[in-house]
Design a protein around this ligand. Structure first.
Ligand SMILES: [Zn+2]
Length: 202
């Protein structure tokens, strides 16, 4: 490797996008998005919800049919190890894309680790999400946000999908009061989650 050598394409396998950095813009933004969530996940990775703890059946026999149940279980990485792996991720996606010739590998691992951590914190995506717990957590962590950021935030941090239209509707019908109005109305994320939850139950 020489000092003048520069990346010419994205290093993520299956992505051939030309790029002067080691990650193309799309994948650099994806990495940034994943890294954004890391501190929150580290704080919220509770050792008590370690995967596997609750799945053991009385009688001591595990699974019964070999590997049959593996797919329906939470990830088996323990939360301590996961925390450590998350700590090891770079903090800055741009620097990583600029400096690490294997930045594609970093993104690949970040997808897995952040995904596992999200599963450990929020529960696996395919299963019932504990909205009540998420709502409590979000209430303690999240500031009021304008609609578009709020939609993105809730998708990422509470695993719920609410549309801007819904939020505007609730606001218009007086179900949701803005926290601030200028320059854009902002709303409490936990209040939006509550309205969303009521709608599901209705
Ligand atoms: Zn790429």
């Amino acid at each position: 490797m020489t000092a003048t050598e520069t990346a010419s394409k994205c290093t993520l396998p299956d992505c051939d996008t030309a790029s002067t950095l080691h990650l193309c813009e799309e994948h650099r933004l994806e990495l940034a998005d994943l890294l954004d969530n890391v501190d929150f996940l580290i704080v919220n990775l509770d050792p008590n919800i370690q995967a596997g703890k609750v799945t053991k059946k009385a009688g001591g026999q595990e699974g019964g049919n070999g590997t049959k149940s593996a797919g329906s279980r939470p990830p088996t990485t323990d939360t301590g190890q996961l925390r450590y792996l998350l700590w090891e991720l770079p903090k800055n996606a741009y620097k990583e894309a600029r400096d690490n010739p294997n930045a594609g590998q970093t993104l690949h691992m970040a997808r897995i680790w952040v995904g596992n951590a999200r599963n450990a914190v929020y529960g696996p995506e395919v299963e019932e999400v504990d909205h009540e717990a998420n709502q409590k957590r979000v209430k303690e962590e999240a500031p009021p946000l304008p609609t578009r950021q709020l939609v993105k935030f809730l998708r990422k941090n509470a695993r719920i999908s609410v549309k801007s239209k819904d939020i505007n509707n609730w606001a218009q019908r007086g179900k949701l009061a803005p926290v601030t109005r200028d320059p854009l109305p902002t709303y409490w994320p936990h209040e939006v989650i509550e309205l969303h939850t009521q709608r599901i139950k209705a």
